[in-house]
Design a binder for this molecule. Structure first.
Ligand code: AMP
Ligand code: GLY
Length: 420
């Protein structure tokens, strides 16, 4: 079959890599892709948030299956346009993607489903939001309702910080995303991510992971999109994962179906775990980046069958073949990230690396210039390895990192410290 993947980051490189290993894939196009993806698939220039442009492209290329990587095309309704044109799609509808695109919507679904999550208030003006914060006290969490590229959440340790965050959000610091604000109880515990395929009715867990959001070693410094991840997450034991499935995921998926917006795609549940009990921090309507890179390394070619079963509503008859393995991905980022960073620095040493089903360098923000690979983004490479133990995956990933010669970049040496 002919397959189209939308997106151009490390997540999409790992999806492309897994899909290419499945003999069902005859042709793979990734739009827009990047320099790493171009080594294994065709890349195409396309406005992936423009539904009619994506439909026209998929028709012209005789595409049989479309996999939507990032949240922006989901929130723009690109899956709906593709489905209306008769395409098989992996990725939720615009309505269902509200589980990521609106924090207030997600809280409402959790309420209806009685899913454990933080207590909250939902506000459309600064004055009542501030009154609520004064009444609740700190620590407290202030969130812009809409999509804000991971920047719309302020975990305020004191009242002043919370009041400032409210002013910033209603003042337009996050554009339309901050026109409504959700204020949440601060939850303590350990965070982990749980990935579940949903075909509208049935659910199938496909792995757990933990990421490192802070830029600095020891989990210090500003927040990033993620500096590394590993799978599985030891804190999400089978017992806790099962609680999350029964108490949080299944009731929410049932509530979505009841509302006429069945969820079809991967549901990424961010969980807070304390004393053996999971609570929902947030949902995302896509794979995590860089968590996906670790998951794909473990699932390999069966990932395509799983995504097809999701799109065809056949999850009830589908199983995952688990290997008893571990994977880790280490992000290499451009100097300065997550602040202003330099673009165009040359990365050496990639050609000499041996890549196989245990060792892969997924590209996140790269381009090819005069035969050299150059950095074009903040997060640039996702060096990913698999092993029988997390320690082995860690050793393999850092052996690759150490063989890459890139003075313009940096990485954290301590990915996985909590689990190792
Ligand atoms: P979100 O975008 O909702 O995942 O929030 C980003 C990060 O803020 C999460 O990964 C948590 O580390 C933190 N966070 C969000 N909500 C809460 C909460 N209610 N209590 C504690 N930490 C939170
Ligand atoms: N790594 C976090 C995310 O993809 O949202």
């Amino acid at each position: 079959m002919n397959i189209l993947i939308l997106g151009g980051g490390g997540r999409e490189h790992s999806l492309a890599w897994a899909v290419m290993q499945n003999p069902k894939c005859d042709k793979l196009i990734v739009a827009p892709g990047n320099a790493g993806i171009a080594q294994i698939a065709d890349c195409a220039t396309l406005d992936i948030e423009d539904g009619s442009a994506v439909v026209a492209f998929a028709e012209a290329e005789a595409i049989d299956f479309v996999i939507v990587g990032p949240e922006a095309p989901l929130a723009a309704g690109v899956s709906d346009d593709l489905r209306a044109a008769g395409f098989l799609v992996f990725g939720p509808s615009k309505d269902a993607a509200q589980l990521e695109a609106s924090k207030a919507f997600t809280k409402e679904i959790c309420d209806a489903a009685q899913a454990p999550t933080a207590g909250y208030g939902h506000f459309v003006d600064a004055q009542s939001a501030k009154a609520y914060v004064r009444e609740q006290g700190a620590p407290i969490v202030v969130k812009a309702d809409g999509l804000a590229a991971g920047k719309g959440v302020v975990v305020a340790m004191d009242l002043d910080e919370a009041l400032h965050a409210i002013d910033d959000m209603f003042g337009g610091a996050f554009g339309g995303a901050g026109a409504e604000v959700v204020i949440e109880e601060f939850m303590e515990g350990e965070e982990a991510s749980f990935f579940i395929l949903c075909d509208g009715t049935n659910v199938l867990p496909i792995g757990t992971a933990q990421d490192h959001k802070r830029v600095g070693e020891g989990d210090t410094g500003p927040n990033t999109g993620g500096m590394g991840a590993y799978s599985p997450a030891p804190v999400l034991t089978d017992e806790i994962a099962n609680l999350a499935l029964e108490q949080i995921v299944k009731p929410c998926v049932a509530e979505m179906a009841k509302r006429g917006m069945p969820y079809q795609g991967v549901l990424y549940a961010g969980l807070m775990i304390k004393d053996g009990a999971p609570r929902l921090v947030e949902y995302n309507a896509r794979f995590g980046d860089p968590e996906c890179q670790a998951l794909m390394m473990r699932l390999g070619g069966q990932a395509l069958d799983l995504m097809l079963a999701t799109a065809r509503t056949e999850l009830a008859e589908t199983r995952v073949n688990w290997a008893d393995d571990h994977a880790m991905t280490v992000v290499m980022a451009a100097n300065g990230y997550p602040g202003a960073y330099e673009k165009g620095s040359v990365i050496n040493g990639l050609d000499a690396l041996v890549e196989d089903s245990f060792n892969m360098v997924f590209h996140a923000g790269t381009a090819e210039r005069d035969g050299a690979i150059v950095a074009t983004g903040g997060r640039v490479l996702n060096v990913t390895a698999r092993g029988a133990t997390l320690a082995q995956a860690h050793q393999r990933a850092y052996a690759m990192v150490d063989a890459i010669n890139w003075p313009g970049g940096f990485f954290r040496r301590d990915i996985g410290w909590r689990a190792l």
